[in-house]
Design a protein around this ligand. Structure first.
Ligand SMILES: NC(=O)c1ccc[n+]([C@@H]2O[C@H](COP(=O)([O-])OP(=O)(O)OC[C@H]3O[C@@H](n4cnc5c(N)ncnc54)[C@H](OP(=O)(O)O)[C@@H]3O)[C@@H](O)[C@H]2O)c1
Length: 275
């Protein structure tokens, strides 16, 4: 396993996404992933599966200390009292005294960041979150968060895949020493059937999905693909035994196109993610 180092955190470069995984499917997939070598789990209060993620972690038999667990507080719970309650509930559901990374899941349109950041920083200070960070933050929001933070921020979790150009946000993260975690790294199922990626993969004996994941990790980006299927969990993990050439990296980058975002901001009216 490789790691991304960021402001004191050591984050496994490959994690398992768990959005939409529920019940026994979630418990079994989490346990299976850990048994084959995953050491990083991504959940959120919003996913409604923290109980099952915690259960899968225990069922795997892997030492809790060896697994990097991320959870998140949703945008409608960023007022200080709501934030505290949401994080308490997350820890209770996970049955964990602490998580490795706590993220603001989306920025709020109504609660000022200045009200939320002290809560996020307090979670790190009291040890219930080893590290803290943000998700879906644009360049101006990253600047504001860094300015307000009294504890180091280690990550911005954003949508990144070959079709979406996130170079400006990634550059802002790097300026401030934050790691970038790519969510929807497979563009929610568009990547596996991509002919151009499959063509590159053929040269390496790899699939289109593996090429996209390799393209991300080769840039130092953390990836959290989600699958409920053991064979795909294994496929998505096998991205550390080959290297894309500079020409192939550029070939993948050329797949970017406008309007390729898979996830729309949950706020209405739409949040401007282009900034
Ligand atoms: N911070 C945020 O706002 C945010 C937003 C979205 C997602 N996330 C996180 O990022 C994670 C990943 O994003 P995502 O789940 O939306 O999308 P994704 O990982 O890009 O794609 C998941 C889809 O791809 C399929 N798949 C996985 N591996 C495959 C393979 N090797 N070949 C063919 N199909 C494959 C899965 O189906 P099967 O299960 O059938 O394999 C599933 O339908 C989430 O689970 C969540 O933890 C965070």
């Amino acid at each position: 396993m490789q790691f991304a180092e960021a402001n004191g955190a050591r984050i496994p470069t490959l994690g398992m996404g768990t959005m939409t995984l529920k019940g026994e499917t979630c418990v079994n997939a989490v346990s299976a992933a850990l048994k084959i070598g995953y050491r990083h789990l991504d959940t959120a209060e919003r996913y409604g599966n923290e109980t099952e993620v915690g259960e899968g972690l225990r069922a795997s038999g892997i030492d809790r200390k060896d697994v990097f667990v991320t959870t998140k507080v949703y945008w409608d719970k960023l007022a200080p009292a709501d934030f505290q309650k949401s994080f308490d509930e997350s820890l209770n559901k996970l049955k964990l005294p602490w998580v490795d990374l706590l993220l603001i899941h989306w920025p709020s349109k109504t609660v000022p960041l200045a009200d939320t950041m002290p809560m996020l920083c307090a979670a790190r200070k009291d040890g219930r979150a080893r590290h803290i960070g943000v998700a879906n933050f644009t360049v101006p929001l990253i600047e504001e968060a860094v300015r307000l933070a009294t504890e180091p921020l280690v990550a911005n979790q954003i949508e990144v895949h070959p079709y979406l150009d996130q170079s400006k946000v990634i550059a802002a993260c790097r300026r401030h020493g934050l790691s970038v975690t790519a969510y929807c790294p497979l563009a929610r199922g568009q990547v596996p059937g991509d002919a151009a990626l499959a063509g590159i993969g053929k040269r390496h004996g790899k699939s289109a999905s593996q090429v996209a994941l390799r393209w991300l990790v080769q840039q130092g980006i953390v990836v959290i693909p989600r699958s409920s299927k053991p064979e795909r969990l294994a496929e998505n993990m096998a991205v550390f035994d080959f290297t894309l050439t500079d020409a192939e990296m550029a070939e993948v980058a050329r797949l970017k196109r406008p309007d390729s975002r898979v996830v729309n901001p949950p706020h209405a009216p739409k949040w401007d993610m282009a900034a």
